[in-house]
Design a protein around this ligand. Structure first.
Ligand code: TA6
Length: 309
């Protein structure tokens, strides 16, 4: 049972942050700042919405999403940890790890400089997690709402062994039409094609003309989603990440997903800062790793080089 009064007493910030029942009465943190608004569910510590002031939502959220315990919410930015994709050894375990379907604790909030509002979520190992991941861990997920949504997953290995884990901040980017967008920034990068089981090298921009499911390896590039229909470019920058996953399920895969409308593939593509496949990270006992991404909307055709003198 959620004690909203206690949570708001401890973490609410005047007009900027409060905790209330969200979709399916799942508790959410609502953030409003001069820069925009956001909604983060305690279920999975999942950013469900980030809408910059005067702009459209940057993230897509399925209107058929489930908010049940043990199920991942479809859309926004699910946290995939400590494995990405199917479990390497046990197909009975959920894909993308064990934390996106768990309720996290809200454990901090703050109003920072220049109107940025921050909230922090925590999740540690317990008997349930140790059944599928037999290691002690401490996770913190920090969400900062400014001109960009800034998300940082801090993972600490509190076990006595070195562990290897993979992770992703699985962002569903809201787009006007998948056939019209271009995804820039990964030219020349090698990728694992999860549809064909082959590898490839990216040539110029990614276009969506079929199911696309690629793990780009050994890249710390900024990725740009050029969207002519919305007249904007969504920027995905990152740190602590050597992989970027790009996914659009297209027609058949979308139809097979129960929590996604059949035509939804037109309206989102996933750009996921990650450490997956060969980029999985080994964490020594007591070590910490930080995976961070910043996502925001800029004028159509924007590149970071535009900011350089
Ligand atoms: O991010 C790409 C991917 O690994 C795809 O293969 C697809 O499975 C997608 O994640 C969504 O996975 P989910 O378990 O959330 O349905």
């Amino acid at each position: 049972m959620i004690d909203y009064e206690d949570l708001n007493r401890r973490y609410a910030i005047d007009e900027s942050l409060d905790v209330l029942p969200g979709p399916a009465d799942e508790p959410v943190v609502m953030i409003r700042s001069e820069h925009g608004k956001a909604c983060v569910s305690l279920h999975g510590a999942q950013v469900l919405d980030f809408t910059p002031t005067g702009s459209r939502p940057v993230l897509w959220l399925s209107d058929q999403a489930s908010y049940r315990d043990g199920v991942a919410i479809r859309g926004g930015m699910p946290i995939c940890w400590p494995w990405f994709g199917p479990h390497p050894d046990d197909s009975s375990l959920p894909s993308h790890g064990l934390v996106r379907q768990r309720r996290w604790q809200l454990c901090g909030s703050a109003e920072l400089d220049d109107g940025v509002v921050e909230c922090r979520f925590c999740l540690n190992d317990d008997a349930a997690s140790r059944e599928s991941w037999p290691h002690a861990f401490e996770l913190q997920f920090i969400v900062r709402i400014g001109q960009y949504v800034d998300c940082e997953l801090r993972m600490r290995n509190t076990s006595e062994d070195t562990v290897t884990c993979s992770a992703a901040l699985h962002a569903y980017i809201a787009i006007s039409e998948a056939e019209d967008v271009r995804v820039r920034g990964l030219h020349g990068r090698r990728y694992l094609d999860q549809v064909t089981g082959t590898t490839g090298t990216q040539k110029h921009a990614i276009i969506f003309d079929g199911e696309t499911d690629r793990i780009y390896q050994d890249t710390d590039d900024i990725v740009y989603v050029d969207d002519p229909g919305y007249g904007r470019t969504v920027v995905v920058a990152k740190s602590g990440s050597r992989s970027t996953v790009v996914w659009n399920p297209w027609i058949e895969k979308t139809r097979a997903l129960a929590d996604v409308p059949d035509d939804a593939y037109h309206r989102f593509c996933c750009i996921e800062p990650a450490n997956a496949a060969a980029d999985a990270r080994s964490l020594a006992a007591g070590a910490q790793h930080r995976l961070r991404c910043l996502i925001g909307a800029e004028p159509y055709g924007f590149s970071i080089e535009d900011l350089r003198e």
